[in-house]
Design a binder for this molecule. Structure first.
Ligand code: NAP
Length: 311
């Protein structure tokens, strides 16, 4: 990589940011297309985001990704929001167009692209059950709802957050949405067993968005009544490290088609790359860079705490 007076700069704001796989993925993409661009990590503390976002404009950067814990605050700091960023209330990609900062959420777009590429499934295919109601769940729910999903059902450990997310989707889009009681334990539908049976009978898609099962040796799993899954039902776990979580194993044993979160990670990056450069993202190069860096991460025993964290 040759940096000179004409190099275009973009990067990522997060805290911590050292675990991020995005610099490797984007710099490999720039190099493969011969673009004089560079992507840098910036550790931005809790109070530093307003100044950092202003610096995107002041330094004439092409844009940045924004990651934990800044995605929601970033939505309040940009000049314009895309429909997905507005609905999810979170920005993971800022694009600087002549000093006007546009906020996007490519997490949801990345999820949809990966779903279609890997599972051959589109949002409109049928109802989706989302496990969890945090930032990733909001991005996935917003993307599904804005792209034709007929129904979204949310189940979360803290029921109020599931109710809030389903209410937001119901009130702001044409998508039906409801909340479901989080079961008491694996295989125990609890008081809402009938509801779980009916939801899993009609859902085309189940999305696991909690950090349960993330990191080496982690065996946690959301208490889904696994025996109610249908053969061939599509299940996506947003975790990508380990490549196969306990949750994925149990769903697969019940006959479901399971996918991890690597495709979403790749495609959220590809969508951001396309917004910044206007060029088609070199997916194969970006995928290789991700896989190589995940492999390196697995070998680094000192970095276990951060393994598998989303971008
Ligand atoms: P978040 O905003 O902190 O939300 C976490 C969610 O998980 C909440 O709904 C929380 O429930 C639930 N949860 C956390 N610990 C739990 C536990 N022990 N038992 C039951 N539920 C639990 O986090 P996030 O940003 O949404 O990220 C969630 C996961 O998605 C992470 O694993 C992250 O790495 C992954 N992710 C992947 C990608 C990708 O590109 N593949 C992108 C983004 C995120 P409460 O409301 O009850 O606290």
């Amino acid at each position: 990589m040759m940096i000179n007076g004409k190099t275009t700069i973009c990067g990522i704001f997060g805290c911590p940011v050292g675990h991020s796989l995005s610099p490797a993925m984007h710099n490999a993409a720039f190099a493969s297309l011969g673009l004089n661009w560079v992507y840098l990590p910036f550790e931005v503390g809790p109070k530093g985001l307003p100044a950092a976002v202003e610096a995107v404009r002041a330094l004439n950067m092409a844009g940045v990704n924004v990651t934990v814990p800044h995605k929601q605050q970033a939505a309040a700091l940009v000049d314009q929001l895309s429909p997905a960023a507005g609905l999810s209330g979170a920005v993971n990609t800022i694009v600087n167009r002549g000093g006007v900062l546009h906020g996007h959420n490519t997490d949801g777009e990345g999820f949809l692209r990966a779903l279609e590429e890997e599972a051959g499934l589109r949002a409109e295919a049928g109802p989706a059950l989302i496990l969890g109601a945090g930032g990733a769940a909001r991005a996935v729910a917003a993307a599904l709802a804005l792209n034709g999903s007929p129904e979204i059902i949310v189940a979360n450990r803290t029921p109020e957050k599931a109710a809030q997310l389903s209410e937001l989707i119901r009130n702001r889009t044409g998508c039906r949405a409801s909340a479901l009681t989080w079961p008491a334990g694996p295989g125990q539908g609890g008081p809402g067993e009938g509801d779980w049976a009916s939801v899993l009978a009609r859902a085309s898609l189940v999305v696991q968005t909690t950090p349960l099962g993330m990191g080496p040796g982690a065996e946690g799993t959301p208490p889904l009544p696994f025996d109610l899954l249908n053969p061939g039902q599509v299940v996506v776990d947003l975790i990508y490290n380990p490549a196969c979580t306990t949750f994925m194993n149990r769903c697969q044993a019940a006959g479901a088609r399971v996918f991890n979160g690597l495709g979403m990670l790749l495609h959220q990056g590809a969508a951001a790359f396309e917004l910044w450069t206007g060029r088609q993202a070199p997916l194969a190069v970006m995928r290789d860079a991700l896989k190589q860096n995940i492999q390196v991460r697995r070998q680094e025993t000192g970095d276990r705490r951060q393994e598998g964290a989303g971008e």
